[in-house]
Write a protein that binds this ligand. Structure first.
Ligand code: NAD
Length: 495
């Protein structure tokens, strides 16, 4: 069956949806302790989608004990890599079979254009699961170079119970970046989605059961961060905690670990990524990349290229073309397949972004596009500031919305200094046709990913994560297995 191609088609599908309102623990739907709930709303309309189970400490305890019990039983953790591969490949196939429902749920939960969810998020999740599934039965251990009287093997073992806490901007994708490597290596997982966006991971849990994942290996606790997230972070039976979200919450998880069982904590946190545009670049491509780099997903992207550093020799030309391209973006109803910029996650976030825009104006940045929301305060116009200086708040703070700051520079050295002058170091982009410059600059940028003549380069084959207060550890690629496995040395003295 083909996917809807019109707004009407998506609306018809929406009318058939049944929204899940419970958590998923030990392979069953589960109401929260005391029947506590919170509201999940559609950011594009403000409608309440569902009153969702707000898990409490007691529910987290149940989920962690189910995860621990199944881990220790060995049904999944000790099963053969080829078995885990087959189950996860089946899960990827089921995601593809259910892609329309998943794409619609993603859009209804967080306001992104349904076309992006359908073309990027959902197939990306399926492909990521498949990639790890295909990898797991091709990874070998090591034999240490001991003397002839001894044999020492070095093997990777699952860490045990993994707690995963994820944000709302790519709800399924980022969850899968954690779940795929965690599950394929044999761990049991308790995942807490963001309050705003629980539905696609709940559907995923149901599909995982259908694919053959044993009950208790994957548990989803819905609920509020300060309650359910904190209980997971402080839990003594969680062995590793993988997190994506804000830097402030990432720091909390480090503290939770210190206050409880010294669990491993792997934070992937905020960003204020620079996009360096040199005079010797292909300007048309740089403009197109810059638009995508900051306005994709309403600018709600951790690695959004929110600081655009432009050689003053071409700045006027760049600004003119950048504004012209950004003006053409189609903003509005996420269910309209023509929409390129959807709704902001909630009205509080719209207010925060508008406050940041006001501060930028007061501090002397020149507003050259946007700066305003629609009447409902759900949609924000792509906003561009020129004449930004590195000391302004708009150049320093993560806004997490469609706001670009243009900062001029006069030399390569100055561009590198401005780019690195940030507490964050998640990503950077460089536009230049001079290979020596590209390499020189890339080497000096303090960022986990440097995209050259493109923006936000990302694939399962390459690690993704930050320097400085953007966190540590890496998602994606085989390097992510470091988070989900521990090394075991087995030393055999030969007689
Ligand atoms: P957030 O930190 O508010 O929430 C993230 C998760 O943490 C949610 O599940 C939330 O419920 C939970 N949480 C919140 N407060 C908590 C607490 N006190 N204790 C335990 N858990 C708590 O972030 P957000 O608003 O959902 O997402 C936006 C942020 O995520 C931005 O800063 C963005 O840069 C970052 N992000 C980073 C990456 C990356 O890979 N580095 C990717 C996407 C988003």
């Amino acid at each position: 069956m083909s996917s809807p191609t019109t707004k009407q088609g998506w609306l018809e599908l929406k009318n058939t949806l049944v929204y899940q309102d419970k958590a998923w623990i030990d392979g069953k739907w589960h109401s929260a302790y005391g029947d506590e709930t919170y509201e999940v709303t559609n950011p594009a309309t403000g409608e309440t989608i569902v009153k969702m189970a707000a898990c409490q400490q007691q529910d987290v305890d149940l989920a962690v004990s189910a995860a621990k019990r199944t881990f220790e039983s060995g049904t999944w953790s000790m099963s053969s890599p080829s078995h885990r591969k087959e189950v996860l490949k089946k899960l990827a196939a089921l995601i593809r079979e259910n892609q329309d429902e998943l794409a619609l749920l993603e859009s209804l939960n967080m306001g992104k254009p349904v076309a992006d969810a359908l073309n990027l998020d959902i197939p990306g999740s399926a492909a990521c699961i498949e990639w790890y599934a295909e990898a797991i039965d091709k990874i070998y251990g090591d034999v240490a170079p001991t003397d002839a009287n001894n044999v020492a093997t070095i093997t990777r073992e699952p860490v045990g119970v993994v707690g995963a806490v994820v944000p709302w901007n790519f709800p399924l994708d980022i969850a899968v970046w954690k779940l795929a490597p965690a599950l394929v290596t044999g761990n049991s997982v308790v995942l807490k989605p963001a309050e705003e966006s629980p539905h696609t991971v709940l559907k995923l849990a149901e599909l995982a059961k259908e694919a053959g994942l044993p009950d208790g290996v994957l548990n989803i606790i819905t609920g509020v961060g300060a309650v359910a997230g904190q209980a997971l972070g402080l839990h003594h039976d969680v062995d590793s905690l993988v997190f994506t979200g804000s830097t402030a919450t990432g720091k909390r998880f480090l503290k939770y670990s210190a206050e409880s069982n010294m669990k491993q904590v792997w934070p992937e946190t905020g960003g204020k990524s620079p996009n360096l545009i040199f005079a010797d670049c292909d300007l048309d491509k740089a403009v197109e990349g810059a638009v995508n780099g900051i306005f994709f997903n309403q600018g709600e992207v951790c690695s959004a290229n929110s600081r655009i550093l432009v050689d003053n020799k071409i700045r006027a030309k760049f600004v003119e073309a950048f504004v012209e391209a950004a003006e053409k973006l189609v903003i509005g109803d996420p269910l309209d397949p023509e929409t390129q910029v959807g709704a902001i996650i909630d009205q509080a976030q719209v207010e925060r972004i508008l406050a940041a825009i006001e501060t930028a104006k007061q501090q002397g940045a020149k507003l050259v596009l946007g700066g305003n929301a629609d009447l409902s305060k759900r949609f924000l116009h792509p906003t561009i500031f020129d004449q930004v200086t590195p000391s302004m708040d708009v150049a320093k703070e993560e806004i997490f919305g469609p706001v670009a700051s243009i900062i001029g520079f006069d030399s390569e050295e100055e561009a590198i200094d401005i780019a690195n002058n940030s507490i964050y170091g998640l990503a950077a982009s460089v536009w230049s046709n001079d290979i020596s410059r590209v390499y020189r600059v890339s080497k000096r940028l303090r960022a986990g990913t440097v995209s050259v003549n493109t923006v936000d380069a990302l694939d399962f084959t390459t690690p993704f994560g930050g320097y400085k207060q953007s966190g540590f550890g890496r998602d994606l690629s085989l390097y992510a297995l470091d988070k989900f496995t521990q090394l075991k040395t087995t030393w055999i003295k030969l007689s």
